[in-house]
Design a protein around this ligand. Sequence first.
Ligand code: UDP
Length: 395
Amino acid sequence: MKILVTGGAGYIGSHTIKKLGRKGHELLTIDNLSTGHREAVLFGGFKKGDIRDPVFLKRVFSAFRPQALIHFAASAIVPESVTNPLPYWENNISAMVTLLRAAVEHRVKMAVFSSSAAVYGEPEKVPITEDHPQHPANPYGMTKLVGEGILADCDLAHGLKSVCLRYFNASGLDPDGELVEDREVETHLIPLVLKVAASHERSRMAAKAREQSRLRPVKPAGCPALLRATSDSQSSGAGSSLRPVRAYGPEGEQGAKARPLRHAPSAMRSVVHIFGNDYPTPDGTCVRDYIHVNDLAQAHILALEWLSREKRSGAFNVGNGRGYSVRQVVETARQVTGLPIPSQDVPRRPGDPAELVASSVKIRKVLGWKPEFPELEKIIASSWAYFGRGIEGRK
Ligand code: UDP
């Protein structure tokens, strides 16, 4: 199938592209690279451009003539949407209208849309089923709800059939280690927790290395042993002295895709902030349904197959149906990494519902979806394989 993918260079988009590419679909990604990475698009063509630009879209649709559209491109940080809502309306709604106008003009008949659990707001009951009332608790969720409404209108008026996938908390990483989670500004719990873990371990190793080099016997200047000691202490210290870590390819590989990680240890947090300990949940912290990004990617493939077969629209939750509190996530990360991860309770973050847990009955039954990585330990371990790189073998 010829599929146009907006935002395919982002975290969920790139994982989905990889799965679609392996199935032999003909793909074209369009992405403005505001948060995504060109190197993350492992299959199909790529055009840098903005979905707010109708001229760019017309060129792309006319040349590629897609049969289906997968629309990931959006602003997607809940707390930012509260403090700075207008870009959310612009990127998630104005741009989506421009995109759908082009899709309708070019007779695209199928679309998969990245919706969100945020459309439900504070749930009246959990697990949340797809027919649960929708009262978003933040501007991000509101834009996703409106996006679903626009698609429903396009179905009625233009026969554009769509599947809205309501993502719960996307997390984890490509088990092959080819794709990374690399945001300029990180706000998500699991990567932040793992960055704290890695940062502490690096500091500990640096202190140990300094101590070892201090205890080494001093030899006359210029003697090879002293030169070796100096370079050893530099290469095992913190910050720039760390072994270079590469993403998108084996470490040290000389390939166009290899590039240094951006999160330098100096930029890392030293403590995990737990936002709010007075929610009406068992331990007082927010409960979320963490779903592995590969399982989320698989839902897009099944949604496209369902659309081709059934030719009707639908909405599906994509979650495992199991909730974990913020404290449980931190504790599980301690077990997975074997590292003490310090945490500190701080006030609530605006716009956070207390508990978001999916009912996954509908997606399992109708699309035949089944998660491959439902366990939180495995999800965190798949991320740790990336965030913990560079400290391996140095303990
Ligand atoms: N959270 C936290 N500390 C952080 C980041 C997130 O306590 O440094 C909490 C956040 O308040 C929410 C949960 O972790 O209850 C998941 O947040 P995330 O930003 O990962 O995803 P969201 O649920 O907002 O989409």
